[in-house]
Design a protein around this ligand. Structure first.
Ligand code: KG4
Length: 319
């Protein structure tokens, strides 16, 4: 609600809210679990990437909680949490597989091997898909977060009414990067479309605009993910992240994957945006595979690549 008021996340407000609500949240979560603190195996928190203030609140709280009964503490990479969200489903996928990670900050195609080995094969060169949903929602006068608002409006709209561009990223050596994304041109095209309709003094066909935008984003995500899966010789595709909650994207991905004989796994809808659950899932996988925790000297960092996330469990700590 606070973020909706400002049309997005304001870093200072976010960290203050985390600080105020975290004690109550922890108390409630422990009480709901029916466990006592002594029964926990470890404590984990996100340490990178993200807004430093918000990361620090969670990290200091988690580290302190772990120290009290001398539990292991694991600092988790935020994207590893997103990747682990699919392992909260009843039948998780088997390694190796390709993941389309679509959130408010990232749009990436990542090859995942056993034991938390990651290789990024595609990425957005400008806005993330979720960010594009949020900005276009604002343009259409909808509330934040934009994704669910656009999805709801699109239900009654015509997805073919407006023809919008599928952004591609040029390779300086010729052609295009096959698995990369660009959403800034699409955002500008939406802006121009709205301006044209407004100057013609037309009543804005909001549902058609929302549906056409959602359709082209879903098409781009599906086409590049399926191409990458096939060309990597993989049989399994996974989608995770806030945008993976979008039902049109889920349906389109399901249809295309089944045509190409690809097994599709989607993070359970509720876990696509449940950061606590996904970080817990990633911590559990790390505990099982590496059987060690993070160094006491580990801090937080606004940026860190997923490929280097194994360094979060080494000494000396990377940051
Ligand atoms: O993964 P997430 O909760 O946080 C980040 O790590 O960014 O993703 C939030 C993003 C927002 O941009 C939001 O608009 C988008 O996910 N989102 C959706 C839907 N639900 C959330 N986008 C499209 N359709 C949805 N149903």
């Amino acid at each position: 609600m606070m973020h909706a008021k400002w049309g997005g996340v304001v870093p200072e407000i976010a960290s203050r809210l985390h600080l105020e609500t975290l004690p109550y949240l922890i108390e409630e979560a422990i009480s709901d679990s029916g466990l006592s603190f002594k029964e926990f195996d470890a404590v984990a928190s996100t340490v990178t990437p993200g807004l430093a203030g918000a990361l620090l609140v969670g990290f200091v709280t988690g580290r302190t909680l772990a120290q009290l009964p001398s539990l292991p503490f694991l600092g988790i990479h935020r994207l590893e949490g997103h990747l682990a969200s699919v392992h909260l489903s009843k039948e998780p996928p088997e390694f190796p597989y390709l993941v389309l990670l679509v959130s408010g900050g990232h749009t990436e195609l990542i090859r995942v091997e056993r034991d938390s080995q990651f290789q990024r094969l595609g990425r957005s060169h400008d806005d993330a898909a979720g960010e594009a949903f949020d900005k276009v929602a604002r343009l259409l006068g909808l509330t934040y977060p934009g994704g669910p608002a656009i999805e709801k409006l699109a239900q009654t709209g015509d997805p073919k009414r407006f023809s919008l561009p599928k952004g591609r990223v040029s390779n300086p050596q010729g052609g295009f990067f096959p698995y990369d994304f660009s959403f800034s041109g699409l955002k500008t095209a939406m802006m121009r479309q709205v301006q044209t309709l407004q100057t013609e003094r037309n009543h804005l066909p909001l549902a058609d605009l929302a549906a056409s935008f959602q359709e082209v984003v879903a098409e781009v995500l599906v086409e590049r993910s399926v191409k990458c899966t096939l060309e990597q010789g993989l049989k399994t595709l996974v989608i995770v992240g806030g945008v993976a909650a979008n039902m049109r994207l889920r349906q389109m991905m399901l249809d295309c994957a089944s045509i190409h004989g690809i097994d599709l796994f989607m993070a359970p809808k509720t876990f696509c945006t449940d950061n606590a659950a996904m970080i817990g899932s990633a911590a559990l996988m790390r505990l099982e595979s590496i059987k060690c925790s993070s160094s006491i000297r580990l801090g937080v960092s606004p940026r860190w690549t997923l490929e280097q996330s194994h360094l979060l469990y080494q000494s000396p700590a990377p940051f």
